[in-house]
Write a protein that binds this ligand. Structure first.
Ligand SMILES: Cc1ncc(COP(=O)(O)O)c(C=O)c1O
Length: 372
């Protein structure tokens, strides 16, 4: 019989009521103002958020879209590559990165991550390049930036486009420069659990290239700049006014959200014993810990043990993309490092509503976990 565990005193993994609570009053005012404006899609609030988010990331342009998946797909569409171009992508990413390549009618070429950082291993990229390769789609996974210098160097030498998947890394920095400002285009998700999350679905594409920006703007809106005149085979992927208004409020608090998550992460890093593999630290990377993951060979037992002791955890992600039923194209391939990560990774609570005591309780439990 399955044990039921009482919710009382449970340390939750996430609680979106609690993470949004500090902004309730401002959200209510924003809701009221949008309601009274009578304008709900692509209006002043979207334009204002686009300006603010471009400035935050130190890029020239930002276009709001309907989701992170759409931001990735539209970024690829804006490049206007020949059909079935090969796009290099990390083998341990979230499925959306790979879906965007398939939706834009290209071929994903999976490259293993660095087992320490969980980000694409730049040393393996060149072996995967063929005459059909047109772009590298990197992912700053869990909030940690990729090692950008060697990746930028490969793109330049091999004449490849670079797209950044920043869905998990709002505000992260590599050598003092914000992620999202390195690529030809970069895609963000504002899914509610993200460090910059809205109250529904949302996303954005940022770029320094005016031509890409104007294509992105058209593609998100039926391929049209002028109403009823269509220049591209577009989508309906627009950011709505309410989400943009909420996002402007959250954006003003993003640095303190990231700062708090980094503080909590530091408590883990200082307290967890050597039986666990901890996130890699590099002083030139500003990691925003969207996810704080550890690895352990008995991950499933550990997850169960923590739950029994009233700590909820998550797994990002339990099944690698090439083992997914939907990915028939990739099913026969072998990515041992990615598989090892998927088998051993566990994400610990690291949300802004968690107290230092919550984190210390998790550390105490981890350090008492006996795996024999
Ligand atoms: C790495 C990565 N890319 C893309 C996405 C897709 O974002 P969305 O859910 O907003 O479509 C996610 C969402 O979780 C993600 O984690």
């Amino acid at each position: 019989m399955k044990k039921t565990i009482s919710l009382k005193d449970m340390i939750e993994y996430e609680n979106l009521f609690k993470t949004n609570q500090p902004f309730f009053e401002e959200y209510k005012e924003a809701f009221d103002s949008v309601l009274r404006s009578g304008w709900f899609i692509l209006g002043n609030n979207v334009e204002e958020f686009e300006r603010e988010f471009a400035a935050y990331n130190n890029v020239k342009y930002c276009a709001g879209v309907a989701s992170g998946l759409d931001a990735l797909t539209i970024s690829l569409m804006a490049l206007d590559l020949p059909q079935e171009s090969e796009i290099i992508v990390p083998s341990n990413t979230y499925i959306a990165t790979i879906l965007s390549i398939l939706h834009s009618r290209h071929l994903p070429v999976l490259v293993e991550p660095d087992i320490a950082t969980y980000n694409i291993d730049y040393q393996r990229i060149e072996d995967a390049i063929t005459p059909a390769t047109r772009a590298i789609m990197i992912v700053h996974l869990y909030g940690k930036p990729c090692d950008m210098d060697p990746i930028m160097d490969i793109c330049k030498r091999r004449n490849l486009y670079l797209i950044e998947d920043c869905a998990q890394s709002h505000g992260a920095e590599y050598k003092g420069r914000k992620v999202g400002s390195f690529g030809d285009l970069a895609a963000f998700s504002f899914y509610p659990t993200k460090n910059l999350g809205c109250l529904g679905d949302g996303g954005a594409v940022v770029t320094n290239n005016k031509e890409f920006d104007s294509k992105v703007r058209m593609i998100r809106n039926y391929g049209s700049e002028k109403k009823y005149y269509n220049e591209y085979i577009g989508l309906n992927s627009r950011l709505d006014e309410l989400q943009a208004a909420f996002l402007s409020i959250k954006l003003r608090n993003l640095d303190s959200i990231n700062c708090r998550k980094r503080e909590l992460a530091q408590i883990y890093l200082d307290g967890i014993n050597k039986n666990f593999i901890l996130p890699h630290i590099d002083p030139s990377f500003l990691d925003v810990y969207h996810i704080f993951n550890i690895r352990h060979k008995k991950r499933d037992e550990l997850k169960e043990y923590l739950l029994t002791n009233k700590v909820k955890t998550e797994i990002h992600f339990p099944v690698p993309p090439h083992k997914q039923k939907a990915m028939k194209l990739l099913n026969g391939l072998n990515f041992p490092l990615s598989e090892e990560i998927h088998k051993t990774t566990l994400s610990l609570p690291v949300s802004t509503f968690h107290s230092n005591e919550d984190i210390k309780k998790v550390i105490g439990l981890l350090n008492e976990f006996h795996d024999s």
